[in-house]
Design a protein around this ligand. Sequence first.
Ligand SMILES: [Zn+2]
Length: 288
Amino acid sequence: MKTFQKYLFSILILLLFFVYSEVAKSPKTDGAEIYFFNVGQGDSELIQKGDFQILIDGGPDDKVLSEIGKAMSLSDRKIDIIILTHPHADHLRGINLILDRYDIGTIYSSGVLDTTNGYLEFLNKIKNKSISFKVPGVYEKIIPFADAELDFLWPGDKYKSTTLSNLNNSSEVTKFCYFDHCALFTGDIEADEQSAMFDYYTQKNLTNVFKVDILKIPHHGSKNGTNEQILKTVTPKYAIIEVGADNTYGHPHAVTLELLKKLNITMFRTDQDGMIKFELTKTGIIKE
Ligand SMILES: [Zn+2]
């Protein structure tokens, strides 16, 4: 081929590749997708239906940008809802990068006080970009799109404008359902705060709200995040551990892994399985 033809040919191949990768990303069915991003030692999850996105946490660094690029269409520059579970760097830092690159609808978080540079940067960006920031109430529900529901289960506003020695326990616990298939996102909430949450719902005869198909295991599979109480209350079919390979915390703990095995819960972990994706449809759950 002549140089010019070669040039045209390469352009054509590039175009085809672009079209193919965009088509591959676009939703093939009517389902709602849930991604557990592989962001190393940290948490980041995305719920997506068409061009509507809910991002829960952003992981420790820029890994979230390439992960979200695999899920969202390149032409979609808006994330409708962001939930920051709590202000620790392994959940927060990636969100600061997202705020620079996407239009954001509403941000939900506990409003707990924290003076780390990362969190102050987060609050500044929200202010400078005039993004709506809300502290959801206990059991506040929103309908993000048709046939879906997002429930803010805990902690409500009890940590709003207060300091907390263990920020893990300020984690937003959120349930997402599409038709009657649900996932529970737990941040890093530890056992003592979980007990308070379960007690509150037990008193109101509402423990069934925790029964879901997919559980994001709290606190990267640490011993203080998982016990029989949460697993027997939630009774998940699938448990997801978001964790970095060879992390210095020893996550996930052997006790957590043994408990999941004992209760016959299918487990996936981002350090071994990479990005984990589910599709929730009217009739069931597909693990992709
Ligand atoms: Zn964490």
